[in-house]
Design a protein around this ligand. Structure first.
Ligand code: FAD
Length: 507
């Protein structure tokens, strides 16, 4: 046995359902599990300290799990195109395995690595496991174009049958003839990075609510899947954006980093649904995973998916540039407590509910501030633990009525929407504690409280907390006209668009 494999972890930071890792171990004498700290990411993406912490924890957990298989994780520093030629020679590599990644940078990077591998006589094995299906296959089945409505998407998937079942995690038995040469100074050269090395100050991290890693992901999945009735009755639109503890699974950061396999999640749900009455897509938990697949397929097949310009499905809108409004929105200083509380939760905890994302995304774009969804996408990219290129871009386009969803006259009220599920404003009081003493009647609109009430509450509006930066009722009407004009320009430029089906689908 002379096969020497490198398995390259990127996403899929897990042992379960990792077909590329299993391929690395097949008939091999030596296997090197590596993760590359690629400087491209911090240079080109905004990453909050909370997400760095999640990544470091996920890598540590992976290293611990590999130790149980008598292996170690090698954290390699540098650009993949420079790292690989060195490793190929030093470790006499014969095989390189990794999971398929459909994001634009990943594709470019992987194409270059595949070319370098060929130059060095290294065989590359790539496996699909970040999505339920091979997105390329979906696009082929859909006549070469990603489906743009959920109904069309489901129609295409019905021709492909159910997703593949997850593969088992490797065991010691799989590794009996295989080892990793680990040197005594392994941690010096290949150890988990410190926060100092990453240029991060852990003191600035928020409360530690979601620990990174596969172990935590599987435990969290188990916990939710024990709630059989809750799983079977799950309907996304009925969950609350402003409950004090999350009303949905918060598995998204784990799925994003691949600490949890989406196929494992899918088949666990299938097992629970079996023989029981249950909700269905698009609102069920299966439905949520299909939304993910939907946006992944769109991201894989639509050019310039994270931009307005050059993106063929995106309505071209004359968004304003307004640094002052953008700053107020991103720092939770708009004067609308519901919006500001959500932004504070995002900045401190790194996760917010889907409908809370709806509220702040609508507010930033077509609802109130008329700022480009690309700006909102950047802020989410920085602060979300689950920040995911395809899902972030796809959902921002949806909420700004730039693509997928076209009922732009349906606008979220920054006052009434939150009240539906939290009349007392307990959520606002949690994230904006300086408003705690406002009576419920005024908590969503504190500027309307008489001066005496503001004084008693210890918070003067306009001094201790801003007045609303825009008057919702006024800007909403003006923005509707601007949106109508953008749609009119579009229909002059392109053939009439098909009737939007997704609007009925309750995302
Ligand atoms: C403007 C905006 C930006 C978003 N950006 C992201 C992002 O960067 N990363 C991200 O993971 N999600 C994003 N979402 C989608 C969604 O809000 C989150 O996936 C969801 O809130 C995560 O919470 P959960 O794990 O409790 O979801 P659950 O309701 O428990 O759903 C289970 C899983 O399904 C997937 N899922 C659920 N809703 C969606 C959706 N609408 N689109 C795609 N997948 C979904 C997630 O993987 C999630 O973990 C965004 C939504 C909006 C409106």
């Amino acid at each position: 046995m002379t096969r020497i494999s490198v398995h390259w972890f990127r996403k899929a930071l897990r042992l379960h359902d990792n077909p590329a890792l299993l391929a690395a171990m097949k008939d091999c004498a030596e296997v090197y599990p590596i993760f590359i700290l690629d400087p491209w990411f911090p240079k080109n993406m905004r990453v909050s300290v909370n997400r760095w912490r999640f990544l470091v924890e996920s890598l540590s957990d992976l290293d611990e799990s590999l130790k149980k298989l008598s292996l170690r994780l090698f954290i390699v520093r540098g650009c993949p195109a420079e790292v690989f030629p060195r490793l190929f020679k030093e470790w006499k590599v014969t095989h390189l395995t990794f999971e398929v990644d459909t994001e634009p940078y990943a594709r470019q990077r992987d194409a270059e690595v595949v070319r370098l591998a060929a130059e060095h006589g290294v065989q590359v094995i790539q496996k699909v496991s970040h999505t339920l299906y091979d997105t390329e296959r979906i696009i082929i089945e859909s006549n070469g174009r990603p489906p743009l409505t959920y109904t069309q998407f489901q129609r295409v998937l019905s021709t492909l049958g159910p997703p593949k079942k997850p593969v088992p995690a490797p065991t010691l038995e799989n590794f009996k003839d295989c080892n990793t040469p680990v040197k005594d100074d392994h941690d010096m050269e290949y150890g988990i990075p410190s926060f100092e090395e990453l240029g991060q100050d852990l003191e600035k991290a928020g409360p530690h609510l979601y620990r990174g890693g596969e172990s935590e992901a599987l435990a969290r999945l188990d916990l939710h899947m024990k709630r059989t009735l809750w799983v079977c009755n799950f309907e996304k639109p009925a969950t609350s954006p402003n409950s004090l503890t999350p009303s949905t699974t918060v598995l998204s950061p784990y799925v994003k980093f691949g600490c949890l396999s989406v196929r494992t999640f899918w088949w666990k749900l299938t097992e629970i649904y079996q023989g029981r009455k249950h909700s269905n897509p698009p609102v069920s938990l299966h439905g949520q995973l299909l939304w993910r697949e939907f946006f992944y397929t769109a991201g894989a097949g639509i050019p310039n998916f994270s931009k307005m310009e050059g993106n063929p499905i995106c309505v071209q809108v004359d968004w304003d540039e307004n640094k002052e409004y953008l700053k107020a929105w991103s720092e939770g200083q708009t004067g609308y407590p519901f919006i500001d509380a959500i932004m504070m939760q995002l900045r401190t905890e790194g996760w917010i509910h889907h409908l809370a994302r709806h509220a702040v995304a609508c507010f930033l774009t077509r609802g109130d501030l008329w700022i480009s969804w690309e700006e909102g996408q950047k802020v989410f990219e920085e602060f979300l633990l689950d920040a995911d290129w395809s899902l972030n871009a796809g959902n921002w386009q949806w909420l700004s009525a730039s693509a997928f969803f076209h009922q732009f006259f349906r606008v979220y009220s920054p006052v009434a929407f939150g009240k539906k599920t939290d009349k007392n404003g307990d959520y606002i009081k949690k994230y904006l504690p300086f408003l705690q003493k406002f009576p419920s009647d005024y908590i969503y609109e504190p500027w309307k409280a008489p001066r005496s009430i503001q004084e008693r509450a210890g918070c003067i509006i306009g001094k201790d907390y801003p007045k609303p930066i825009v008057v919702h009722e006024v800007v909403r009407k003006r923005n509707l006209e601007r949106m109508k004009a953008a749609y009119a320009r579009r229909s002059q430029n392109v053939d009439a668009q098909p009737q939007d089906e997704t609007s009925k689908e309750g995302k």
